[in-house]
Ligand binder design. Structure first.
Ligand code: FNR
Length: 229
């Protein structure tokens, strides 16, 4: 049994205290960015670091189903924003009354403001039809792609780059604008750009849309709903 002594745990991790704190700092201060993007272009070598972080994510059967479509073209980004606007109007109508008003007041994308868009896709055919670990749940390839996105998001935080995930689209619109093959899934449109400030808390929480749930309500022991240890 490992001792629960903090110094021993740290020594066993192979991380210095500062390194460990840096990991948690990136996790706790990462934010979804919609409107604080600076216009400066992102240097290619920094984008390369973000993509390398993404590419080191875990993936089911090590299938690495992702692709990253880097979109700098303002014209293409304007078309993507049109696709968002159409879907966002449909989305607004799904909320009732005052909630619809609040929804309409939220800024939910920075597609044109951010100097780089990254469309992250998942190719379910990447390593044949039978994939180790995906045999009984085909969604595992999408989950793997989401792991890559989270790696990129955290690396971006450490680089002073904000990321905003936009998902309010009809997938077919993005596919036709970007020429994505039918069998490939669009997982995310990420807005990326330098930021000089970030919200301390999720913007949706600051703006009263929804608050963070207490962790203890979400943790069960030895079965669904069991809160006692
Ligand atoms: C799969 C997925 C899809 C979306 C998001 C996230 C994820 C994980 N988020 C961002 C989301 O609103 C945000 O993560 C939460 O509000 C928590 O805030 P922080 O990320 O901690 O700042 C998001 N935000 C937004 O403004 N427009 C969007 O379309 C989406 N879509």
């Amino acid at each position: 049994m490992r001792p629960f002594d903090e110094d021993a745990l740290l020594a066993a991790s192979g991380f210095s205290l500062a390194e460990r704190e840096a990991v948690y700092h990136a996790i706790m201060t990462r934010r979804d960015v919609r409107s604080q993007f600076l216009p400066d272009p992102l240097p290619d070598h920094v984008v390369e670091r973000l993509l390398t972080a993404a590419h080191h994510a875990p993936s089911v059967g090590f299938m690495q189903p992702w692709n990253f479509i880097l979109v700098k073209s303002p014209t293409v980004r304007a078309r993507i924003q049109d696709a968002f606007s159409k879907a966002n109007e449909e989305a607004a109508l799904m909320f009732e009354g005052e909630r619809r008003q609040v929804y309409r007041s939220l800024k939910l994308e920075g597609i044109v403001e951010a100097p780089l868009g990254i469309c992250v896709t998942c190719d379910p055919t990447r390593s044949g039809s039978v994939v180790l670990g995906r045999t009984h749940n085909p969604r595992m390839d999408s989950y793997s792609t989401v792991c890559a996105i989270q790696n990129l998001w955290l690396a971006a935080r450490a680089e002073g780059i904000g990321i905003g995930w936009v998902s309010i689209f009809r997938e077919g619109d993005l596919k036709s604008i970007l020429g994505i093959p039918e069998h490939v899934e669009v997982v995310a449109w990420l807005c990326a750009g330098f930021v000089d400030k970030l919200y301390d808390e999720p913007e949706l929480s600051v703006k009263g849309w929804r608050q963070r749930l207490p962790l203890e309500e979400l943790v069960f022991h030895d079965g669904w709903g069991r809160r006692e240890r």
